[in-house]
Design a protein around this ligand. Structure first.
Ligand code: NOJ
Ligand code: CA
Length: 713
C-alpha cells in the first residue's frame, strides 16, 4: 500500500507578520507539533497527550563568512502532505514496517539576503523528524557551516542515560543522572580510550535517552547522516536547553554544503511506555529505500571468531616480537621469529572451523591474519596495513579450501588503524582480494586517531569515508560490519549491506576491565536506535584471568544474561564470541546460541525500563520458532510475561535457560538451570532474574511424541 496525498498548496508571498504559527497532529492525534515564526526566528514545540516534550526551541544554522540562517525570515510557502506505506526491510526486527506520517514543509525566505530555506517536519505516531533543506538558489550555492543551532528545550530536569560528547569515540559506559548533574559527573564519565576528544562539560552524544518525572520517555537522535558531520548535544543546564553541536574537521569547520542539499533528520521519539521507544522505526523510515536492487547476497549470519583470545590477551594479533617498528615496503617476515602466541595460525584457525562447522555456524572471523600488526596503533603511521598479505603461518589457500569443504564462510578483517587515506588507497584491491578468495563479508575497524592528522572519527569527511566504503563494498557484493565508525542512523535501510556496526562499548570492554552490569539494558534505548550492533555476546567464562593470568578483568554478566543478548541486542550479525573450549564445558546452554535466529518476522517488546530490565519476544523469519530474551540490571527481579504472542489453540515446547536462584554476575555467574515446559498462548511466566542476569527461551511447535512427561507452564 502506498499513498501520497498533497493537500492544496497555500501560498504566502512575503507576508510580514510578527508571529506566524501552524500546528500539526500525528496520525493518531497524540502528538502535536507547533511551528512559529516569531519576529523572523523559526521555532518549534512538541507535545504528547498534551504534555510538553519540546518547549519553544529555535531552529537555524550559522554559516562561516556569510550571514547566518537564524533569523530575518518570512513565510513564503506552506505544504502539508500525508504519507502511508508498508515496506519490507532486507533484514530486521520485523519483516514489514509501516511508514506513516503527517508532513509540514515550511518554505522560508530571508529577504535581506534573498536566500531560501525549507524546514520539513514529519510527525509519526511515535515521534518527530525534521530537517533543513537548501533549495537550489543563486545566493546560496556553496557554504561552510560554523554551527547548526537546532535547539531541543526540555520541560524539566529529566533523568538521562548519557555518554560524554566526544568527536572520536562512543565506547563509554552510560551514566544515569539528572540533566542538572551532567556537569558534575562529566569528569568521571570520560574513562580512558585509545582515541578520544571530548568538547564540553555538558556535551553528550545521541541517541540520548531520557525519562521525565511525569512518565514520558524521550529519545533524541538523528537519521540519515549522509555528507554531514555528526551531531552531538550541548546542554545549557541553567535553562535545560540542548543545542546541536556538530563535529568539526581538522581546521574547526563543521561541514561543507551545497544547494540543493539537506541536513540529516533530527529525531525526537516519545512515548509514555518505554516499550514503544524500542518498537519505534522512525530512524529507518526517515532513510531512503534500499539502493541495492538485488539483495539476495545479503544474508544475516551467526559467526565465531579467532578473536576473544586476542582481546583477552591470551594470544596476539601480531606474529613476532622481534621488531619495535616495521616497514611494510621492506619487511621480510621469513627472517622473523614467531612469538609463539600468534592467534591466526593455520592450525588454530582450522580448530575453530571444525567447531563452527560441527555446531552449524555460518561464518568465522579471523583477526591478525595479515601483516602489519607489530606497530599497528598509536604511531600515526600512514602505511600500516596492505589488507592482502597474510602472515607466514596463515596459509590462506589451505584455510580457504578447508573452510569451504566444511561449509563455513570466512569473514575478512580490515583493521585500518584509522589510517583512512591508506585504506582508501587499498580499498579496491582489498575488496577484489576478498572476492577472489571467497570472502563475502567484512569486519572493518578504525582504532586510534584518524589520519589525516587532526580529523575526527565523526566529522563530515570521515562520515563520507565510511559511506564510501559501504557503497563500494556493495559494488563488490560485500557485507560490512564497521567498528569504531560513526554510530548508525538508519542508513542500513538504504544500504542493507551495512549489516552491523560496533560504535559503542561492546563486549570487548568486559575484557578491558569490565562494563556496568546494566549496560545492556540501556544500549537498546540508545545505540541500537540507529541500527544493529555487533555486540559480540556469548561469553561463558567470566573470569578472564583463566584465559590470561595477567588480565584480571571480570565479565559483569551471568551466563543466562549472555544467552538473552542474542534476542535483546538486535543484529542480523551475531557472534558467539567465546572460545570453543568454554562452549564445550557448557554444551547444554550453548544449544540456545546454536538455535537462536538472526532474522525476524515480528518482535514483541514485553517489558522495558532503561537501566533496569527489558524482555523481548521475536518470531524467526519464515519459521515457526519464537525466542525470548530478558536482561536485568543491578538488582534481582521477577519478570512477568504472558505468551500471547504465540498463535492461539496450539501447543508449544518452551526451553527456558535461566539464572539459578543463587546466580549473581559478580560471584556466581555460571549458575543456570534449563527447563522444558508445554506452553500455549494463554501461558504465563513469572521468572527470577539475578543481578546482571536474565533468561532466554526458545519455543517450537510441540510435536506430540516429544511432549511426553512435559509439565504445562
Ligand atoms: C577494536 C575492535 O572493536 C575489536 O573488535 C578488534 O578486535 C580490534 N579493534 C582490532 O581490530
Ligand atoms: Ca571497538
Amino acid at each position: 500500500m502506498r499513498l501520497r496525498l498533497t493537500l492544496p498548496f497555500l501560498f504566502f508571498l512575503f507576508i510580514p507578520v510578527l508571529v506566524w504559527s501552524q500546528t500539526m497532529k500525528s496520525p493518531n492525534g497524540l502528538l502535536e507539533l507547533g511551528f512559529e515564526l516569531n519576529q523572523g526566528v523559526p521555532t518549534y514545540t512538541l507535545t504528547y497527550k498534551g504534555k510538553p516534550v519540546i518547549l519553544p526551541s529555535k531552529l537555524g544554522l550559522e554559516l562561516k563568512n556569510k550571514p547566518s540562517l537564524l533569523d530575518g525570515f518570512e513565510i513564503f510557502e506552506l505544504k502539508h502532505n500525508n504519507f502511508d506505506e508498508i515496506w519490507a526491510p532486507v533484514w530486521g526486527e520485523e519483516s514489514q514496517i509501516r511508514n506513516h506520517y503527517h508532513e509540514m514543509e515550511i518554505h522560508l525566505e530571508q529577504p535581506s539576503t534573498s536566500r531560501n530555506l525549507i524546514i520539513r517536519f514529519r510527525l509519526f505516531d511515535d515521534g518527530l523528524g525534521f530537517r533543513y533543506e537548501f533549495p537550489a538558489q543563486s545566493n546560496l550555492a556553496h557554504f561552510v557551516l560554523k554551527e547548526e543551532r537546532t535547539q531541543f528545550a526540555m520541560a524539566g530536569d529529566h533523568l538521562a542515560f548519557w555518554i560524554a560528547g566526544d568527536y572520536d569515540t562512543q565506547e563509554y559506559d552510560y551514566t544515569e543522572s539528572r540533566l542538572s548533574e551532567i556537569r558534575g559527573l562529566m569528569e568521571s564519565a570520560i574513562t580512558g580510550n585509545i582515541s578520544q576528544t571530548s568538547f564540553s562539560p555538558t556535551g553528550v552524544q545521541t541517541a540520548l535517552m531520557m525519562k521525565t518525572d511525569d512518565g514520558l520517555y524521550i529519545n533524541l537522535h538523528e537519521a540519515a547522516l549522509i555528507n554531514y558531520s555528526t551531531m552531538h548535544l550541548n546542554l545549557d543546564d541553567k535553562n535545560m536547553i540542548f543545542e546541536s553541536w556538530l563535529t568539526p574537521d581538522a581546521i574547526g569547520d563543521k561541514g561543507y554544503l551545497q544547494a540543493p542539499g539537506q541536513s540529516p533528520w533530527r529525531t525526537v521519539i516519545v512515548s509514555d511506555d518505554a516499550r514503544e521507544i524500542l518498537a519505534s522505526r522512525i530512524t529507518y523510515n526517515l532513510n531512503e529505500p534500499s539502493k541495492i536492487k538485488d539483495s539476495s547476497w545479503i544474508k544475516p549470519m551467526k559467526y565465531m571468531g579467532v578473536w576473544w583470545e586476542m582481546i583477552t590477551g591470551k594470544s596476539t594479533w601480531h606474529y613476532t616480537d622481534d621488531y619495535a617498528a616495521i616497514d611494510l615496503n621492506s619487511i621480510d617476515y621469513s627472517n622473523a621469529r614467531p612469538n609463539g602466541k600468534h592467534g591466526a595460525t593455520t592450525a588454530n584457525v582450522k580448530r575453530y572451523i571444525d567447531f563452527a562447522a560441527e555446531h552449524g555456524f555460518d561464518g568465522l572471523l579471523v583477526e591478525g591474519w595479515n601483516v602489519g600488526w607489530e606497530d599497528w596503533f598509536g604511531n600515526f603511521k600512514d602505511y600500516v596495513f596492505d589488507f592482502v598479505t597474510p602472515y607466514p603461518d596463515f596459509d590462506l589457500v589451505e584455510i580457504r579450501q578447508y573452510a569451504k569443504s566444511k561449509g563455513v564462510e570466512m569473514i575478512m578483517h580490515h583493521e585500518t588503524s584509522a589510517s583512512v587515506r591508506n585504506y582508501e588507497r587499498h580499498l579496491d584491491l582489498a575488496y577484489q582480494f576478498m572476492k577472489d578468495n571467497g570472502y563475502n563479508s567484512l569486519k572493518s575497524g578504525y582504532v586510534g586517531y584518524i589520519l589525516p592528522i587532526g580529523e575526527n572519527h565523526y566529522s563530515q569527511w570521515i562520515v563520507n569515508h565510511y559511506q564510501y566504503a559501504i557503497e563500494k563494498a556493495a559494488d563488490y557484493q560485500i557485507m560490512v560490519n564497521a567498528h569504531e565508525a560513526v554510530r548508525p542512523t538508519g542508513v542500513g535501510r538504504t544500504w542493507p549491506n551495512l549489516i552491523a556496526n560496533e560504535s559503542a562499548r561492546g563486549t570487548e570492554y568486559q575484557a578491558f576491565g569490565g562494563s556496568k552490569p546494566n549496560h545492556v539494558t540501556i544500549l537498546p534505548f540508545t545505540r541500537l536506535i540507529g541500527g544493529p550492533m555487533d555486540y559480540t555476546p556469548g561469553i561463558f567464562e567470566m573470569d578472564i584471568s583463566k584465559l590470561n593470568p595477567e588480565n584480571n578483568s571480570w565479565v559483569n554478566s551471568t551466563l543466562a544474561n549472555q544467552l538473552a543478548l542474542y534476542v535483546t541486542m538486535y543484529s542480523p550479525l551475531q557472534m558467539a564470541a567465546d572460545l570453543p573450549e568454554h562452549y564445550e564445558k557448557f554444551i547444554d546452554a550453548f544449544q540456545f546460541i546454536k538455535d537462536v535466529a538472526v532474522d525476524w518476522d515480528k518482535s514483541w517488546y514485553l517489558e522495558a525500563e532503561p537501566g533496569k530490565y527489558l524482555t523481548i519476544a521475536r518470531k524467526a523469519k519464515g519459521k515457526k520458532e519464537w525466542y525470548v530474551g530478558n536482561v536485568n540490571g543491578n538488582e534481582s527481579r521477577l519478570s512477568n510475561i504472558t505468551f500471547d504472542f504465540l498463535e492461539p489453540n496450539k501447543s508449544y515446547i518452551a526451553t527456558i535457560y535461566t539464572d539459578a536462584k543463587e546466580a549473581h554476575y559478580r560471584n556466581n555467574p555460571q549458575a543456570y538451570t534449563i527447563k522444558r515446559f508445554l506452553v500455549s498462548n494463554k501461558s504465563k511466566l513469572s521468572q527470577f532474574s539475578a543481578p546482571g542476569g536474565g533468561y532466554a527461551i526458545s519455543i517450537t511447535e510441540a510435536d506430540k511424541s516429544a511432549t511426553k512427561g512435559l509439565r504445562k507452564l
